[in-house]
Design a protein around this ligand. Structure first.
Ligand SMILES: *Cc1c(COP(=O)(O)O)cnc(C)c1O
Length: 228
């Protein structure tokens, strides 16, 4: 993708997301840069992108040295505990915490590296069999545990919606996530700050922004179709 097209995409989506989220006070764009080459990713900086989303540890490590060091990189994909040590001093946030063992390993490695890792807890809001994320009834217990781990800073929630032909079909799930976000904020759990609600991707980001996402994760909308 050339620079002009990329900057146009970013400007267009920033405006659409801004409009959709206006009543909530705005919504940040995380540019999902998996499979995109570092040269292209660096062009997005000029469009005002400051947060990148990457899925795979291996791919991220391979690209890292070539990326503009000003970017905040968020790990958004399923994370194996044995990979945590490679990224704990390199990413600004891990959005995909979905189990106790992972939370404990992130905390342990963060402490060793002398950092506190900002994390989001991923919720399987539609209870899909194959999808990562905690079920709703496990959410408060996992958050409370995370709040006790010295190497973590819990900053909010993340969700991936079911694939739908019509994004209106998933609007109720976005609403449910926003309800959780606000309820948990009001609960004031120890060491838990509800600042970020990361939900919505290229196909459903407008609906997500309308329903109170504070961050949408856009891959194809910005960079075009992925060629694996
Ligand atoms: C790939 C991916 C995205 C972006 O998907 P698009 O449909 O390309 O916008 C967002 N979130 C996660 C967790 C992803 O894996």
């Amino acid at each position: 993708m050339d620079r002009e097209d990329l900057l146009l995409n970013i400007a267009e989506w920033r405006s659409r997301i801004g409009e959709a989220s206006a009543k909530w006070g705005g919504c940040e764009i995380c540019a999902v840069s998996k499979t995109v080459d570092p040269e292209t990713i660096n062009l997005a900086w000029d469009g005002g992108i400051r947060v990148l989303g990457e899925n795979r540890v291996q791919e991220l490590l391979g690209k890292l040295d070539a990326l503009n060091p000003g970017y905040d990189i968020h790990l958004i994909g399923q994370l194996q505990t044995n990979k945590v040590k490679y990224i704990v001093d390199k990413v600004a946030m891990i959005q995909s915490v979905d189990r106790e063992a992972l939370a404990r390993e992130i905390s342990r490695r963060a402490e060793q590296a002398g950092v506190k890792m900002p994390v989001l807890v991923q919720v399987n809001i539609a209870r899909e069999a194959q999808k990562a994320g905690v079920d709703e009834e496990e959410l408060v217990p996992l958050l409370k545990l995370c709040g006790e781990l010295p190497g973590l800073k819990v900053r909010g929630l993340m969700a991936i919606m079911p694939i739908a032909d019509d994004p209106e079909d998933v609007r109720p799930y976005f609403r449910r996530m926003r309800d959780w976000f606000e309820r948990l904020r009001d609960m004031n759990l120890n060491n838990i700050e509800m600042q970020t609600l990361s939900m919505g991707m290229s196909d459903d980001a407008i609906v997500a922004a309308q329903e109170g996402a504070t961050m949408v994760r856009l891959g194809r909308a910005l960079f075009g179709a992925r060629h694996y």
